[in-house]
Design a protein around this ligand. Structure first.
Ligand code: PLP
Length: 387
């Protein structure tokens, strides 16, 4: 049975071109980029080429890119750097719908005496701007807001927020792990001080990420040791993965607009058909401002996990916002923050597409889902009543 992989916001396959580019650095080119000899020196050059490619994707300068081990490290580093650089400021602003890489790090800092404001979102998952404006004060150290949400794909109005923060001289970090390479980002125009991205969300391997730090931003390293990354992130460089990240960013930049159009059409086809063919279904999140590859759907009166298990029997991979299957014991904090009714949270499924998905695959999901939902509703002891 062929796998139909529609869980690309969780992780992606490594693009064949990326793997090809990486292979020499896992085999014969194993030197250390910090070595004086030519064998190592050539690796240093490849790391710098990759840095330039990552920078190009987001409109940054190469020296503004620091390689890290993942999106989580980039997020933690950005916030910790702000805290170390401006120790007199103790107020951090973020949103209720961030990824745990930001949310739990802020909770950790709260235990160390920081005041954290978690800005609410409305029922579309959009930031409550009135609340946001009210939370800014003279003690605000940093605002950390995601570019696009991993569960719903909702894109925050960061341009407006960036302008506001720039005027007030408040540091601004964005977690762009889901956005980078999926929608255009131009840091020449977008006033943000730090931005996180991650390789495995855009067809590079797991275990590599990057943090953009705007020139002139005070920076304090999180991982301390050797002088790598100009003293900004210690540890011998993961050359193969860094080369892979560079290649993937190059490909993403070259194909961005075509890919966005392709994915949006495919996602819309899936979404429109499921809403039409499955009664009591809804889309969660702002459909106007959304990543082109993501749809978060709720099917009332049925458990998301049950849907996932049945889809799994057909080789279809998706994820749910309900409970254990998403690796968490709690129903989705994102959907709860949006005020999605409990019954709809329990029946929520996220499909996240990539350029490797085909019309045929989407057609198969459309063919299978309506019958599957009906069957599960009939099996459910709750029938069509509320859970
Ligand atoms: N931020 C967002 C929005 C994510 O979706 C993820 C991963 O799911 C992360 C951060 C963490 O990235 P990584 O898995 O590279 O640590």
């Amino acid at each position: 049975m062929n796998t139909i992989y529609l869980d690309n916001n969780a992780t992606t396959n490594i693009a064949p071109e990326v793997l090809q580019e990486m292979l020499p650095y896992l085999k014969e080119m194993y030197g250390n980029p910090s070595s004086m000899h030519t064998f190592g020196g050539q690796l240093h050059r490849r790391v710098e080429e990759a840095r330039a490619k990552v920078a190009r994707l987001i409109g940054a300068e190469p020296e503004e890119i620091i390689f890290t081990s993942c999106g989580t490290e980039s997020d933690n580093t950005a916030i910790m750097s702000a805290a170390e650089s401006l120790p007199q400021k103790k107020h951090i602003i973020t949103s209720r719908v961030e990824h745990p890489a930001v949310l739990n790090f802020c909770k950790h800092l709260a235990r160390k005496g920081y005041r954290i404001t978690f800005v609410p979102v409305d029922k579309r998952g959009q930031l409550n701007m009135d609340e946001f404006r009210k939370t800014l004060d003279d003690g605000t150290l940093i605002v950390s807001l995601m570019y696009a949400n991993n569960e719903t794909g909702v894109i925050f109005p960061l341009m407006e927020i960036g302008e506001m923060l720039k005027e007030r001289g408040i540091l601004f970090h964005t977690d762009a792990v889901q956005a980078a390479g999926k929608i255009p980002i131009d840091l020449k125009k977008f006033p943000v001080d730090m931005l996180s991205l991650s390789g495995h969300k855009l067809h590079a391997p797991k275990g590599v990420g990057a943090l953009y730090v705007r020139k002139g931003t005070r920076f304090s390293p999180y991982i301390i040791g050797g002088h790598q990354e100009h003293g900004r992130r210690a540890g011998t460089e993961n050359v193969a993965s860094i080369v892979g990240l560079g290649k993937t960013c190059e490909l993403a930049g070259e194909n961005l607009y075509n890919e966005m159009t392709y994915l949006k059409a495919l996602r819309n086809k899936l979404e429109t058909a499921l809403l039409k063919l499955c009664p009591d279904a809804r889309v969660n999140g702002d459909t106007e401002n959304r990543l082109p590859n993501t749809t978060n759907l709720s099917f009332e009166y049925v458990e998301g996990e049950a849907i996932l298990l049945r889809l799994n029997e057909f080789g279809i991979c998706a994820s749910s916002g309900s409970a254990c299957t998403s690796g968490s014991l709690e129903p989705s904090h994102v959907l709860r923050a949006m005020g999605v009714p409990a019954t709809a949270i329990h029946g929520s499924i996220r499909f996240s597409l990539s350029r490797y998905n085909t019309e045929e695959e989407i057609g198969k999901v459309i063919e299978i889902m309506p019958g599957l939902i009906k069957e599960l509703r009939n099996l459910s002891p709750y029938g069509r009543q509320k859970l």
